[in-house]
Design a protein around this ligand. Sequence first.
Ligand SMILES: Cc1cc2nc3c(=O)[nH]c(=O)nc-3n(C[C@H](O)[C@H](O)[C@H](O)COP(=O)(O)OP(=O)(O)OC[C@H]3O[C@@H](n4cnc5c(N)ncnc54)[C@H](O)[C@@H]3O)c2cc1C
Length: 418
Amino acid sequence: MKKKKVAVIGAGMVGACVGRYLQRDGHDVVMIDPLEAGEGASFGNAGCFNPSSLVPIAGPDTFKQVPKYLMDPLGPLSIRWSYLPQLAPWLIRYGLAGTPEKIKQQAQALRTLISPCFDALMPLVDDAGAQKFVKRDGILIVYRSRESVAADARGWALRRENGIVWEEFDEAQLRAFDSNLTPDAKFGKYVPHNGHTVNPSELVKAIVDHIVKSGGRLVKAEAKGFAFDGDRLVAVETTAGRIEADTVVLAAGAHSKSLAASVGDKVPLETERGYHVMIRTPAIMPRVPTTDSENKFVVTPMQLGVRLAGTVELAGLHAAPNWKRAEILLKRLGALFPALGKDYSDNEITYWMGHRPSLPDSLPVLGRSTRSADVVYAFGHQHIGMTAAPYTGVVISDLISGRPSPIDLAPFRADRFY
Ligand SMILES: Cc1cc2nc3c(=O)[nH]c(=O)nc-3n(C[C@H](O)[C@H](O)[C@H](O)COP(=O)(O)OP(=O)(O)OC[C@H]3O[C@@H](n4cnc5c(N)ncnc54)[C@H](O)[C@@H]3O)c2cc1C
């Protein structure tokens, strides 16, 4: 195999895993990012590694809930109406992607990418000496009523069809598992094979540090374009000058759209903005990441406190954060963990907003560009980028190293919407 000079644009979880797998395969790797590693969406997520998260976001169950969500000022979804004209084409595709038949196909494709999550993640974690950031003790989903359980039934059936196993908890089992849960919690699903990171950003930094210690480079710059000789890539143009490379991986998360368009791929990539609140010194810690199924947020025990993460806001890349979206999470918290439900002062909490990179069909874009085989895509991992990143690293390195792909890449093609 010919050793290549590979530039990876974006040092988030996806870029880090891709970069490290390429390096393990013997390639020269340069990571390019204007920020420190792990400061984009990979900074503030809920940290869950959920091989069970194979249910696409678009679908009849989501569509049914949308009017209710939009009318509720504390609801988990909001649209900035001034952004609607730009958003409309994505929303239409999102609606078209949600048929029962397509959802089954998308779930199967997602399964191929996320079921090997830990097998692909742990070698990178061990390499980087980052074991302290990873826990493998499952996650819990909590329901207050039979109606809520029934509303999610289709998603759980899809998981079962795709080999996911979990344990059903009744009220007493929930209480025995985590005595801090609300007495309103009546039903639970415990997914033992999921896990989480207690510090997503530090985990990404550890992997990228390891790339650098192993001979790679991290250049603090923004990629602006590509330079070609015929069809062959020769360099990436950046704010820090030209970086020579014979292959480039575009892993800039929600910011990947214009660079992909510059090489012929008009990809319908949108940002689903999400928020978090960190409580630095919480009265109690949840035992494992715990999802409030009705209110659609996760409460994760982390190294630096408790993190509440969730909500979707469709408002584009450039609008200022609306911190009310984060306050909603805090307002809802006491209804899940009563001991955490209080008014916090500003020095007890921090807020954050980040950009989930989302395609209408919940699948990322993986594979070669239309313009040149030397431009390879690895972006659009929506709500599950922490989970999907490790095996994305394997798949992309196989592609660049000339090995047969371990998964069918057709569902992930950049041109699948045209
Ligand atoms: C509230 C919330 C909760 C979430 N919870 C989970 C969860 O529990 N589990 C899970 O699996 N996923 C979760 N996610 C999703 C996950 O965070 C993302 O899918 C994932 O972080 C995407 O990783 P990435 O590397 O593609 O993007 P990013 O982490 O955003 O990295 C992209 C990088 O590219 C850089 N970049 C951008 N433009 C350029 C350029 N022109 N040149 C060079 N660099 C550039 C950026 O600076 C950034 O560092 C959540 C997301 C949110 C918002």
